[in-house]
Design a protein around this ligand. Sequence first.
Ligand code: URA
Length: 210
Amino acid sequence: MISAKLSTLLNATSKNAMDAKDYKLHLLNKLYEPYLKCLQCPLGALGRTHVVFGEGNPDAALMFIGEGPGRDEDEQGRPFVGRSGKLLTKVLSLVGLDRRDVFITNIVKCRPPNNRKPTPPESSTCKKILLLKQIKIIRPSVICTLGSSALEGLLDEPVKITQMRGKILHFDGAILIPTYHPAYILRNPKELKTLADDIQKAHSLTEGSK
Ligand code: URA
């Protein structure tokens, strides 16, 4: 009897989990609809091919935020698929995560020309119309920003990433762990372990949360 009740409860729980994922995906797609050809900031008219909204589990406990799409991401319409992305995917697997377990996005969703840093108005516009709403829908327990410009874009203040990385901060009800950008690790491979340790820490902090 108890086990019958338990299995009904478990079925209901996994059905709810499935419903949450489907529902959040629906909300994300609704959010993206008006911005498929976004011109809310200058980046929309500066040679962008795709608006790269983000991808992964819409009900993820862990969300990664980078700076903005590069050339590969702009071409494919997917975040972190170039050299930095391949490194990020490898580090995720080192800590036992698959890209599909987490949600990956950027501060700005359109490629800045010549991979320049997004300007503060570009970052704040995109954050307001998309990123903050993505965070509200996904409700990650932990957010991991990649690199100084992702952290600056999120907090709206200048930061020194060498001083901030690995610290436990808070943002909109989530734990925030800043770390290095994978592109920095490609140039400074001796910091690979630091990146992996920070991502492991972010992953551990999600445990039991969803
Ligand atoms: N760098 C980023 O910050 N984001 C990407 O999606 C790819 C590279």
